[in-house]
Design a binder for this molecule. Structure first.
Ligand code: SAM
Length: 418
C-alpha cells in the first residue's frame, strides 16, 4: 500500500512537470514515504533525514510522507527542522496544496479522499495495484495501522471498475486489489460486498490474473469464497495472516478468531477450491508468548503448509495496548524463535518448489529475466518468480505454460511449451 502511495505521489508530480532524477543531490524535491509498522522502519526515517540535512537549500524541499509522518507529526519538524512538510497517508491526493505551502503538517483524513487513478505512475507494464478500501476498523492490540491510516473508507464500486478497465486498457492484465482489510470492502452507495466486487473485476475482459491483499480471516465469507471458486482468473493463492497459532495469544491480540476457527476457515476455502495455496504473516515474541504458544505457531505452519510466510519479531508501537498485556519476551528468545520458524518454513517452501519440477505451470510474462536477458521472467499463480526460455518476441502480459526443470533457492527455471 505504501508502494502504491509512492506511485500516486510520483504520478501527481509528473503531471505537474516534475521528472525523476537518479541522484538525490540533483533533486529540488525529496519525498520520503515511510512505514511505521515496526520500530526499525521508523528509526530508518530519522537516520535518512540526518543524511539529507546537508542537501537542504532554499530551493530544495524535503517532505516526509506516510505512516511515520502521521504518527510523529510536529515531532519530525522539531527533530529535523530542515524538513519542509509532513504529510500523512490521508493527504496523498492533496500533494499539490501541500507543495504550495498551504499545509506544513497535513495529517488529517479529509472527508473526500481524492484519488486520481489516471495519474498513478505504475512501475510495471503488466501489473496494476488498485486500492479498494483505505484505513482499518480492526483494533489488533499490536498494530499502529488504525492510528496511521484512519477508519475504513471503501471506494465506490464503479470507481474501482473504471480504474481496472483503464489499467487493463494500458496493458496491465494482472490486477491486485489492496486494502488493510481488503475483504471488509463494502460499496458505500449500494452495500455490495467484497465477493461481488471480486466477481465484477474478474469478469472485466482481459483481466488475466486477479490478486488481493490483505484478507482478514474474520472477514472471509461465502460470497468471497464463491467468487474465487467461480473465476479461474482469481489467483488460487490467498494471503491470510494468522499472526499466531495459539488461541491465548490470538485473544490477547484481539484478532477476533481462535486457532480452531482459523483452521476451519482454511478448511472451508479448501473444500470449495481444492488447489488453493496459502501464505501468512506471523508475529513471534508477542507479550506473554510462551514456548508452548510458539510451538502452536510451528504446528500450524506444518498443518497449513504455507507457500510463503512473512514473520516478524513483535515490535512495541506507541499508543497500542499490547505492551501492557503480558510480560515482554526476551529479545534473544524472540530472535531464536524467529530463526526456528524460518528454518521450518524454508523446508516446507523447498518441498513445494521441488514438487514443481517436471510440471507445466501457468506463468504471466513480465519481461526479460534480470540475470539472463536472453530468458523471460514471470510469476506463477502462487507468486514465485520463474525464469524461462521462450520466444523473445512473446508479448508482455501473455500467460504461458512453462515446464519447470529446476527449482532454485527462491525461484524456478523452465521452458515455455506450446
Ligand atoms: N492488515 C493486515 C492484517 O491485519 O493482517 C496486515 C497489516 S501489516 C501492514 C503487515 C504485518 O505486519 C501484519 O500482518 C503483522 O504480522 C505485522 N505487524 C503489524 N504490527 C506489528 C508489530 N507491532 N510488531 C511486529 N509485526 C507487526
Amino acid at each position: 500500500m505504501n508502494d502504491l502511495d509512492s506511485q500516486r505521489l510520483s504520478g501527481s508530480l509528473k503531471l505537474r512537470g516534475y521528472r525523476r532524477v537518479d541522484d538525490e543531490r540533483k533533486a529540488d524535491l525529496i519525498l520520503l514515504n515511510t512505514c511505521s509498522i515496526r520500530e526499525k522502519a521508523e528509526n530508518k526515517v530519522y537516520s535518512r533525514l540526518g543524511e539529507l540535512r546537508e542537501l537542504k537549500r532554499d530551493n530544495v524541499q524535503i517532505g516526509v510522507c506516510g505512516c511515520v509522518a502521521q504518527q510523529e507529526g510536529e515531532r519530525i519538524l522539531a527533530r529535523a527542522p530542515w524538513v519542509d512538510f509532513v504529510m500523512g497517508p490521508g493527504n496523498v491526493g492533496y500533494l499539490e496544496q501541500v507543495l504550495a505551502g498551504g499545509k506544513t503538517i497535513a495529517i488529517d483524513f479529509p472527508e473526500d479522499r481524492r484519488y486520481d487513478y489516471l495519474t498513478v505512475d505504475r512501475p510495471s507494464a503488466t501489473k496494476a495495484q488498485v486500492t479498494i478500501i483505505e484505513g482499518c476498523n480492526k483494533n489488533c492490540t499490536f498494530c499502529i495501522v488504525p492510528t496511521t491510516r484512519g477508519r475504513e473508507v471503501s471506494r465506490a464500486f464503479e470507481d474501482v471498475l473504471d480504474e481496472v478497465r483503464a489499467a487493463v486498457a494500458s496493458g496491465r492484465v494482472e490486477i491486485e486489489l489492496l486494502g488493510q482489510t481488503v475483504n471488509a470492502y463494502r460499496c458505500p452507495a449500494s452495500g455490495r460486498d467484497f465477493g461481488a466486487l471480486l466477481s465484477a473485476v474478474a469478469e472485466i475482459e482481459h483481466v488475466r490474473r486477479l490478486r488481493f491483499m490483505t484478507s482478514h480471516p474474520a472477514e472471509v465469507n461465502d460470497s468471497m469464497i464463491a467468487a474465487m471458486r467461480d473465476h479461474p482468473n482469481i489467483s488460487r493463492y490467498l494471503h491470510l495472516p494468522v499472526q499466531s497459532g495459539s488461541s491465548k495469544i490470538l485473544r490477547r491480540m484481539k484478532r477476533l478468531y481462535t486457532r480452531e476457527k482459523y483452521v476451519e476457515i482454511i478448511g472451508r476455502i479448501r473444500a470449495a477450491i481444492p488447489e488453493i495455496h496459502f501464505s501468512t504473516d506471523i508475529i513471534v515474541g508477542f507479550p506473554g508468548e510462551t514456548e508452548e504458544d510458539f510451538q502452536e505457531s510451528l504446528r500450524l505452519i506444518e498443518e497449513v503448509q504455507y507457500g510463503s510466510l512473512f514473520a516478524f519479531k513483535y515490535s512495541p508501537r506507541p499508543g497500542t495496548p499490547a505492551p501492557r498485556i503480558g510480560p515482554p519476551v526476551d529479545d534473544d528468545v524472540a530472535t531464536e524463535r524467529l530463526t526456528r520458524l524460518f528454518e521450518l518454513h524454508e523446508r516446507i517452501k523447498q518441498q513445494r518448489l521441488q514438487s514443481y519440477r517436471g510440471r507445466i505451470l501457468p506463468v504471466l510474462v513480465e519481461g526479460p529475466s534480470k540475470h539472463d536477458p536472453a530468458m523471460l521472467s514471470g510469476r506463477t499463480d502462487d507468486n514465485f518468480v520463474v525464469n524461462f526460455v521462450a520466444d523473445p518476441a512473446t508479448p508482455l502480459g501473455s500467460m504461458l505454460g512453462v515446464r519447470i526443470d529446476q527449482a532454485q533457492h527462491h525461484t524456478l527455471r523452465g521452458e515455455a511449451v506450446a
